[in-house]
Design a protein around this ligand. Sequence first.
Ligand code: FES
Length: 82
Amino acid sequence: MSAETTTEPRRWGPTDPMLRNVCLCKKVTRGELIEAISRQQLFSLEQVREQTGANTGCGACLDGVQALIDQLRDELRAGESD
Ligand code: FES
């Protein structure tokens, strides 16, 4: 019997980043957040909390949720000025 070795890192959870939970408490994925923020033009943390439930549990996902809001707001506003 030979022991197999691999250099591949062990992966946990979905490999598609859109399917990964940004908010573990409420199980809100990156894809769900992007869709909600973009479609409904949610540019405040309060709006995103209300519409998606993200960041309404332990609060640990605050930086990730806020970074996504900031990034999409900037991208959507840049798109408007073109
Ligand atoms: S991980 Fe989002 S509120 Fe806990």
